[in-house]
Write a protein that binds this ligand. Sequence first.
Ligand SMILES: CC(C)(COP(=O)(O)OP(=O)(O)OC[C@H]1O[C@@H](n2cnc3c(N)ncnc32)[C@H](O)[C@@H]1OP(=O)(O)O)[C@@H](O)C(=O)NCCC(=O)NCCS
Length: 184
Amino acid sequence: MNEDILARNGSIALRRLSNDDSDIQLLYQWLSDPKVTAHVYAEGVPWTYEKVCAAFGRKVLAADSVTACLILRNDQAVGYLQFYPVRRDSYLCSADLIKKLRGAYGVDMFIGVPSLWRKGLGSAALRALEDCLRSRGAGKLCADPAADNEPGLRFWPKAGFEPLEVIEDYDDPSKQAILMMKQL
Ligand SMILES: CC(C)(COP(=O)(O)OP(=O)(O)OC[C@H]1O[C@@H](n2cnc3c(N)ncnc32)[C@H](O)[C@@H]1OP(=O)(O)O)[C@@H](O)C(=O)NCCC(=O)NCCS
């Protein structure tokens, strides 16, 4: 088995992001679409190839304990997903709330091609991640969609996440986000 494949669910797989030009080019292409950055990674707009390297380089993310993956459908990359063990500085929230999240993993993701939205790919990728993390002993998973991210606010609860608290948005503290959690 390709050791860069971290999880599978039918035709969907999560493959560790590489520093290869092809992976970075894909992210650059997706983040150049205003329909995508209307919902995620707006803080980097306009994204350049160099900015994508600086934000998504494997070493950069690994230094923060973030595991970065591409979502593959039938071996074609269709989106991005990252997960990380929740630490004190993972969310802009109180120490009490972080205590409740002990042992949790955080997850962020997007499907990079808008014509592929609402076709079940995000749900399938999330199920693959949940199986993978459960087998690593994780008990909880968290997401923090921005309070104005309509797709995110609908997607996570449909996948079983429950809203915990309104917090400051990590990427833009002038905005709010909704911290949500799912017991695995
Ligand atoms: C949000 C996202 C990851 C969901 O993945 P997806 O493959 O499109 O979603 P799915 O087809 O698995 O949808 C599962 C459920 O989520 C909800 N949902 C997803 N996108 C939605 C949208 N745009 N509007 C309303 N509900 C939505 C629906 O309940 C849907 O079930 P249904 O289609 O049976 O009604 C993807 O649409 C995306 O990347 N969107 C843009 C970026 C973004 O907002 N990312 C999430 C950041 S928190």
